[in-house]
Design a binder for this molecule. Structure first.
Ligand code: MFK
Ligand code: FAD
Length: 498
């Protein structure tokens, strides 16, 4: 009886010519030489034991235990096996720490995100708490709050699993996840100068985190985002019990099902302001920009995982007398996916490169401006590409791509969250407009383009002409719509996606 060979993964670093080619161009040779053994090790784990554990543990999900057998409110969360393995590995490989140790200066973000890119597809969205942890570290540093930096940074950037903390990002309420300024959670001061939070947060991912950055409105503050303040809270007491909040339930989601995302009732959670008692959305913006970059890297990584599997399968699956890999139309389909993946990869890593330069004070003003502009562009573009590419990847397996125990459908389900969380496509398209206003238009992009043109190979000249024409059209559109804000908004998504 015929039995189909399944797709196989090997060392995902070795197999990834896109990543290896990029790192060889982007990093000095001695840096690459030093970090390569680590990338090799991560590639071996990601394509071997972690991938097999993912398949083996496919159906398990986190469990919420609200009460102890004897009636005590405990809100315990039991995590899946992959998640239990992922945390110590993430700490050992310094998936957050690398960015803050800055061992390779401005290249440290490339180093970090190369590891994230290898790690993320094999760890069931454990990248989510890591992204928020990185975002919290950046936000606290940018806030300049010395006490909180000294208290939390050593945990967030720890290389020791016993002292490592992850952070949550508690923003979204029933009133609005895009319109965060409509939040109703209240912060009450106590006579002794401490603060307690009351309200309901509607989506709280990685609810097992030790700390969170939380938006709440100090009593008496005006409505809107400016009336919110950003608070820091340590979430559990020494026995692991929640401090002044209850987990109401875990969300029953389309994807990211290994990630415990909770609804939470705040009943006096002790918290501390991070940077004054107003302008909470402005204060949390560094968190948004960091997690949006993780989102873009994860999008590229999930596409790459799907493609590696589909390419391997094309060599094993025979149809009409020859492997799929020998059918011109199937090859053309895979080549299209490869092109989308490569484009997403380069856009995401371009943001990572700029972030590294900005964080080490090596960036010019134009590069700073470019980072502000390209972060939402990269998040919104790569997220949509991931959904489209992974849908096509499933089709490349035929019916098997639609069957759960192949471990393939989860790729598409997980990808579908990428355009929704951390700002939907529309919200990010509007953020592109906000960024253009902050940086004074498209000039930084024109200048970066001029620099790129200086070394453009002959073969890319027609493409460069097209890109120049697109930039000029964008300028014309900005001038044309300047006096018509409604049209500006209506066109924002089309603009951002081109
Ligand atoms: C695996 C991959 C990793 C992913 C992990 C994800 C796990 C977590 C999942 C989540 O979804 S967490 C929740 C994420 N929520 C969002 O992303 C919120 C989406 N909504 C927005 O982004 C809105 O645009 C926003 C809440 C920011 C609107 O806020 P406001 O206060 O109504 O708007 P406003 O007045 O325009 O902005 C306030 C200030 O913030 C302004 O500065 P000023 O006060 O100085 O004028 C803005 O310039 C600034 N700002 C807003 N966005 C910014 C920013 N600054 C820099 N960068 C940005 N992106
Ligand atoms: P809405 O804001 O109601 O949006 C509905 C639609 O309206 C969208 O299509 C949106 O694009 C559109 N829209 C909204 N405003 C505009 C506008 N001005 N112009 C044009 N279109 C607009 N949040 C957290 O704070 N912490 C978490 O840990 C967290 N984890 C999450 C995990 C998962 C799996 C998911 C799915 C969500 C999570 N979220 C979290 C919430 C997430 O950030 C929000 O769901 C998201 O920001 C959208 O907000 P919303 O659900 O209120 O949708």
């Amino acid at each position: 009886m015929f039995v189909q060979e399944p797709p196989r993964l090997d060392n995902t670093y070795e197999a990834d010519s896109l990543l290896r080619g990029y790192l060889a161009r982007a990093l000095p040779a001695e840096v690459l030489r030093e970090i390569e053994p680590e990338l090799q090790e991560l590639g071996t784990l990601a394509g071997g034991p972690l991938y097999h554990l993912q398949l083996e543990d496919r159906t398990s999900e986190p469990v919420h235990i609200p009460w102890s057998a004897w009636g005590e409110r405990i809100d315990e969360i039991r995590l899946t096996r992959v998640w239990q393995e992922a945390e110590p590995l993430a700490v050992r490989f310094g998936l957050v720490a690398t960015a803050y140790e800055q061992r390779y200066g401005a290249f440290s973000r490339i180093h970090q995100f190369a590891k994230v890119y290898l790690f993320a597809p094999s760890t069931d969205i454990y990248a989510c708490p890591l992204a928020m942890t990185d975002g919290a570290a950046r936000t606290l540093l940018d806030s300049g709050n010395r006490r909180l930096i000294e208290r939390a940074l050593p945990h967030l950037t720890s290389r020791n699993p016993a002292t490592f903390w992850t952070s949550g990002q508690w923003m979204t309420e029933l009133t609005g996840g895009s319109d965060v300024g409509s939040s109703q959670t209240v912060a009450r001061p106590e006579p002794d100068g401490t603060w307690h939070l009351y309200g309901r947060k509607w989506f709280v991912s990685a609810i097992t985190s030790q700390m969170a950055l939380i938006l709440a409105r100090p009593e008496g503050n005006p409505p809107g985002g400016r009336g919110l303040a950003l608070f820091y809270a340590e979430l559990r007491d020494e026995r692991g019990r929640p401090r002044g909040f209850q987990i109401l339930r875990l969300k029953d989601k389309l994807g990211t099902r290994k990630l415990p995302t909770a609804e939470v009732l705040l009943e006096g959670l002790p918290a501390e302001p991070v940077a004054g008692l107003t302008h909470g959305t402005r204060t949390i913006a560094p968190m948004l920009n960091v997690t949006r970059t993780w989102n873009a890297i994860t999008a590229a990584a999930l596409m790459r995982r799907g493609l590696l599997l589909a390419r391997d399968y094309a060599r094993r699956r025979v149809a009409f007398g020859r492997p799929l890999a020998e059918h011109p139309l199937h090859l053309d389909t895979l080549a299209g996916l490869q092109a989308e993946t490569a484009a997403a990869f380069h856009l995401a890593f371009c943001v990572a490169e700029l972030m590294g330069r900005v964080e080490t004070d090596e960036a010019s003003d134009d590069e700073r401006a470019l980072l502000r502009l390209l972060t939402p562009v990269a998040k919104l573009t790569t997220a949509r590409q991931a959904v489209a590419v992974l849908s096509e990847v499933l089709e490349a397996f035929g019916g098997a791509g639609y069957v759960e125990d192949t471990g393939l459908p989860v790729l598409l389900r997980d990808a579908q969250v990428l355009p929704i969380w951390e700002g939907t496509t529309n919200v990010l398209a509007l953020d592109v407009l906000r960024a253009l206003e902050d940086i004074g238009g498209l000039q930084p992009l024109h200048k970066a383009f001029d620099v790129w043109l200086q070394d453009v190979p002959e073969s890319l000249v027609p493409l460069a002409r097209e890109a120049r024409a697109a930039l000029q059209a964008a300028d014309a559109w900005l001038t044309e719509t300047a006096a018509d804000p409604e049209r500006l908004q209506a066109d924002a998504r089309r603009f951002a996606l081109t």
